[in-house]
Design a protein around this ligand. Sequence first.
Ligand SMILES: [Fe+2]
Ligand SMILES: [Fe+2]
Length: 158
Amino acid sequence: MVDSNNNYYDEFLDIVDDLINTPEFGRLAKCRHHYGVTRMQHCLNVAYYSFVLCKRLHLDYRAAARAGLLHDLFYYEWRSDEMGFFEHASVHSREALSNAEKLTELSDLERDIIRNHMWLCGLIWPRRRETYIVSVADKVCAVWEAAHGMRLKAAKAT
Ligand SMILES: [Fe+2]
Ligand SMILES: [Fe+2]
């Protein structure tokens, strides 16, 4: 899990500090994303690794960090809703974009990242390379976080 011990965390924080300290982002600490992982932690993980990858690849790492942080800025618990996975994939990215636009000014690239981060989970196609990076980081982090949750559950059961 990403925290202040990560190598580039200070540089990352310089870019996203204003967003992290908003009540809207703070609310994500109360949303469960995976077992034992909050949506706030998930967004931090995705944003940080997208930032590092885009920096290495000489892409727009600032947009990747900021939009990565806001890519799941929604508050509902989709698992307990009537909503199926594919509907959720489309609904939550639109909702995150709408919430992000209320929170800060977004560039076209940041909009593309948030709106299309669920690439491969619906008929959506990113228009920019940074969006593919955030989308892949999102999927890798989701698998990693789910595995972390399973380990926590197993440890609790023993
Ligand atoms: Fe998402
Ligand atoms: Fe996500």
